[in-house]
Design a protein around this ligand. Structure first.
Ligand code: LIP
Length: 277
């Protein structure tokens, strides 16, 4: 049976490559940096241009499809996932990295139909790594199949997480406290590359066992969620139960044993949902 969404996925890969070139070129020039919700929540003209490029091109090729894009939502568009085929786009995941030339920046394109994720494309454009996954067909990096780690011992694991852009002292205390507890389990290490999408692709690649964060948005994780599950991993909420794409919380792990062990140590808190009007 022909794959209904293969054409869309091929287009997503083409767009991610084009966007990656724009991001790499922009790194050579002076960046115009602006702030969004706070002085540490950054956006650049490149974020906006790349999102514009992706949306314009998809509208032309797939006129009936919907969008949720980081910069469109920042500009006041609604963030609502309907049954309609929907592109969930982060034009530059790792904007702070991008601004500082820290070399982990991704273009993240997820695609959902009937509220179910169908494919994900994450292009780590400075490393030139193209991560792709189509539901039921496996996950790949530059065409090579991905498989999560088979580690079941938490004390043999590396866990990825981020501090995020929340500077509320109570939230920061919980973030530190969770990290401290996880570090002292002990684990081999705690890492974080500054991009949710790339952290999750590292889980899919088998070099870190799990990644969790509170405060991310649906566009940071939609594409990489498909990549993790197609590489054999699991997705959960930080307090257990299934991942809720709009809840701004994610835990991606190589298996349930590692995922559930970390949940015991995480001091969870809530963030304003992405789909809250
Ligand atoms: C970033 C995430 C990262 C998080 C940052 C930020 P952006 O996304 O990928 O995990 O810690 O605060 O949300 O804003 O660069 O697209």
């Amino acid at each position: 049976m022909p794959d209904l969404w293969q054409d869309a996925m091929d287009h997503a890969v083409t767009l991610a490559r084009k966007a990656g070139e724009i991001v790499r070129n922009a790194l050579q020039n002076d960046l115009k940096i602006m702030c969004k919700s706070s002085s540490v929540d950054l956006v650049t003209k490149t974020d906006q241009n790349v999102e514009e490029l992706i949306i314009t091109s998809v509208k032309e090729k797939f006129p009936g499809h919907s969008f949720i894009g980081e910069e469109s939502v920042a500009a006041g568009e609604p963030c609502v996932l309907t049954e309609n085929p929907t592109w969930i786009v982060d034009p530059v995941d790792g904007t702070t990295n991008f601004v500082h030339g820290y070399p982990f920046v991704a273009i993240s394109i997820g695609f959902a139909v009937n509220k179910m994720l169908e494919f994900g494309v994450v292009y780590s454009c400075i490393e030139d790594k193209m991560y792709t996954a189509r539901k039921g067909k496996g996950a790949f990096c530059n065409g090579q199949p991905l498989q999560v780690s088979d580690q079941k011992e938490i004390n043999q694991s590396i866990i990825a997480t981020e501090f995020g852009s929340n500077r509320d002292p109570h939230a920061v205390d919980k973030i530190f406290s969770s990290m401290r507890k996880i570090l002292c389990l002990p684990v081999h290490g705690i890492r974080g590359v500054g991009s949710a999408a790339i952290n999750m692709c590292l889980v899919a690649s088998g070099c870190v066992e799990a990644y969790y964060e509170i405060g991310i948005h649906c566009w940071d994780v939609a594409a990489a969620a498909v990549i993790v599950s197609e590489a054999g991993g699991v997705l959960m909420d930080v307090e257990g139960g299934p991942m809720d794409l709009m809840s701004r919380r994610v835990l991606a792990a190589n298996n349930n044993i590692i995922g559930e062990r970390i949940i015991k140590e995480i001091e969870a808190f809530s963030a304003v949902r992405d789909d809250e009007p």
